[in-house]
Design a protein around this ligand. Structure first.
Ligand SMILES: Cc1cc2nc3c(=O)[nH]c(=O)nc-3n(C[C@H](O)[C@H](O)[C@H](O)COP(=O)(O)O)c2cc1C
Length: 201
């Protein structure tokens, strides 16, 4: 059974990322996967303090929800992260999680330990933004690829939606809703997601 962890980094409840990730969760579950969704805004995950506490062990020493979150990532076969664009960036709560993967980066690249959770996984990014700019998602895709690498997730592709601003507007984008339903089906079937990046809009 495919283990899927879906992380929503939007602070807005019932917003666009929430709707997309809910639909993904529903589809993956209906197709037989063991899927869980986390709303980052409900957790307490501080940004990296650059304290060096992970240097010897590859384990973060901050006492908050971060270690439990990364333990869940360790279990996952597929890691889906959703974040809207805030000032051409991922949201600050998503960035805090990304920074906390520094402990995994240390573990992997300095301590030369095996993959996080003993297995590789696949990473998928979902994002929405208000504007139509061609470069809107370029920076955040680079960030997410670097994050996925730290947690031993092979970047499989993104679902990206421009021109989406009002709360819940994405629900009227039938193509977007179908994309996430299809993604849920693919993940439940343990697809290798070859060619998935072609869905990028
Ligand atoms: C603080 C803030 C900054 C934003 N910055 C951008 C931006 O730089 N570019 C953009 O296209 N949209 C920007 N937006 C719009 C959101 O990306 C857009 O409304 C999105 O649909 C919100 O998704 P959500 O409902 O999942 O939170 C910003 C919104 C907020 C609240």
């Amino acid at each position: 059974m495919a283990e899927i962890l879906i992380i929503n980094g939007s602070p807005r409840k019932n917003g666009n990322t929430d709707i997309l990730t809910d639909e993904l969760l529903k589809s993956a579950t209906e197709h037989g996967a063991a899927a869980e969704k986390i709303r980052l805004v409900k957790t307490k995950v501080k940004p990296c303090l650059e304290c060096g506490g992970c240097d010897e062990t590859g384990k973060c020493i901050i006492k908050d929800d971060g270690n439990e979150l990364f333990d869940k990532i360790a279990e996952a076969d597929y890691l889906v992260v959703g974040s809207p664009i805030f000032f051409y960036n991922i949201t600050s709560i998503t960035q805090a999680m990304v920074e906390r993967s520094q402990a995994c980066w240390v573990r992997k690249y300095l301590l030369k330990k095996g993959p996080w959770g003993g297995k590789r996984r696949k990473g998928i990014f979902i994002s929405v933004g208000a504007t139509k700019g061609k470069l809107l998602f370029d920076g955040v895709i680079r960030v997410m690829k670097y994050f996925f690498d730290a947690v031993d997730a092979d970047y499989a592709g993104s679902l990206l939606y421009r021109n989406t601003e009002a709360k819940g507007a994405i629900a009227r984008n039938e193509k977007a809703m179908e994309d996430v339903r299809e993604l849920g089906r693919l993940l439940a079937q343990k697809s290798d997601l070859a060619g998935f990046d072609a869905l990028e809009l």
